[in-house]
Design a binder for this molecule. Sequence first.
Ligand SMILES: *[C@@H]1O[C@H](CO)[C@@H](O)[C@H](O)[C@H]1NC(C)=O
Length: 227
Amino acid sequence: MVCAGVCLLLCLLCSDVVLAESNGVDINTLRKIIDYFQAKFSPGENKPYGVAINVHQDYCSSKFDSIQDRFLPNDTQQAVQKGLKKSFYKGQELMAAKTVAMKVQKLSVRAEYILLYPPNPSKSPLQVLLDRTEPDSCVVFYTLTAPCVRTCANVNGPYSLLPGLDLLTKYQGPKAFVFSQPWNGDEDASGSLKEIDQHVPLYRCTHQCVACRGSQGDDPINKECIN
Ligand SMILES: *[C@@H]1O[C@H](CO)[C@@H](O)[C@H](O)[C@H]1NC(C)=O
């Protein structure tokens, strides 16, 4: 009975989210935004990094082509690359991080984790970015590699991304969580991808972008997002 109640509540929340997002990110434009990140900000081929932007919503619409020369004017390639050489870039409309290897064992701090959890958790880079939100802005959160399955997308995991993503769940404007490379571990990633999609609409962008899930609460994760 408890489960039935909880599930019903979750489904009701899902349908609210879907309605609020009818004014979402244009999927062809999303491809252009990710191309822009890859061309300008990648710290090296296959080096994992993450970027979060908060821009006027026209940049997430089909108007992108006609206004792209004014896209992210204050977050230049040079400045972002310089920040990423160390590990982190903090800009006006953009925050970027790369995954940093730790000296101990084989641990690394993933880029998306850095964007969601700085030392002071009430002011993660994402929070700082959202604090500057104009009512009509659009937020795109990009990570080269799919969020890790074992811990990052597990609400009880020690490095869970989900509490940090709650900020984006609450955010009402157009928004997208995007990755390019699929999870390469043995585990099935569909459960954790679904978990993330329930927080923020999830996309995978390679040569094109696909939504990882249909708009119905119980739609399965699209195969193109898994491998
Ligand atoms: C870029 O920086 C200038 C000068 O600080 C500022 O006036 C302008 O609003 C900024 N543009 C954006 C899109 O943040």
